[in-house]
Design a protein. Structure first.
Length: 70
């Protein structure tokens, strides 16, 4: 499983995380797959595009997984 480091930030928005991970080519593409219910946060489908992902949360999309760390 990959790790995404928040560095000094308190959170990352879900659509931005997908873009930063390279899972989506653009923020618009990320928002679309989130709205379609293709993304899970801690095992639950998440449809809020700007959901704040914080330390310890796990995000998955199309068999790819990342854990967010502070």
């Amino acid at each position: 499983m990959e790790i995404f480091n928040l560095e000094s930030h308190p959170h990352v928005e879900l659509c931005d995380l997908l873009k930063f991970q390279g899972w989506c080519d653009s923020g618009g593409a990320a928002k679309e797959v989130i709205a379609e219910g293709q993304v899970k946060v801690n095992g639950q489908v998440e449809t809020r595009k700007r959901c704040k992902i914080v330390d310890g949360q796990k995000v998955s999309y199309k068999g790819m997984n990342v854990t967010v760390k502070a």
